[in-house]
Design a protein around this ligand. Sequence first.
Ligand SMILES: Nc1ncnc2c1ncn2[C@@H]1O[C@H](COP(=O)(O)OP(=O)(O)O)[C@@H](O)[C@H]1O
Ligand SMILES: [Mg+2]
Length: 253
Amino acid sequence: MSKIIAISSQKGGVGKTTTAINLGVSLAIFQKKVLIVDLDPQGSIAASFHLDEFKVQYGLFQVIKDKTPLVMAITDIGLDNFEIVPSGVRDDEDEMDLFAYTLQPELLKSILKPLKEIYDFIILDCPPSLGSITQNAIVAADSILIPVQTEYYAIKALGKFLKSIRKVAREKNPALKLEGVLITMYEKRIKNSHKIYNDLKCSLKNLVFETVIPRNSKIAEAPSVGKPVALLDVSSVGSISYLKLAEELLNRN
Ligand SMILES: Nc1ncnc2c1ncn2[C@@H]1O[C@H](COP(=O)(O)OP(=O)(O)O)[C@@H](O)[C@H]1O
Ligand SMILES: [Mg+2]
């Protein structure tokens, strides 16, 4: 089984990159072969492993712009079963070029096609918008995973985002599934968060993952030491929650 999962949300700072890395590493721990592709021009995936963006020779940007073969952009970061394709965007000009090149919504799908046989999971870390790059992700993906925080505005925005995704999917990728909505940075102590969580479960039912990712200091600290949380502290609540998420996702599939 091979699956392309896009991690997407119109909002920034909701835990997309954190989930791409820590879910990806957790799936790799369960012996699945995983590739993370950084679609966000911010380039946070490479940064999370302390790869110097100016030393990264090839990333997705070079694949799209110069037709560099994708295999040359696959970067080994010394973890078993886990590789990344950095964004490769180095400056504002590259970023604008990337948006222009991705106006063709089928491009990413054709680029990723040969890799489907090699990896069990290809995880796409999307930028916080519904622009041309995310549209490419929606067309290329088998499913979409949406991280949300239990905040009033986040939940309101989720309804709109789901509608927009459905619209793009209806036209360009009718087979797209919702892998699930993932509650991230959950804090029980915060007033209303439990009620918002329950409301979300009521309206979306089993489309909400049972696993909830709590706000956890080890998760926040991990990028500063260039490691996924499982390698920083495997017994931390953060690491355990991402391992549980991987297990739940594997059981659902
Ligand atoms: N569960 C968590 N607990 C604590 N901090 C978190 C958690 N998830 C994400 N963060 C932190 O929140 C910030 C935003 O997360 P990030 O994954 O970069 O969001 P996005 O990719 O959606 O913009 C980062 O500094 C990250 O380390
Ligand atoms: Mg991000």
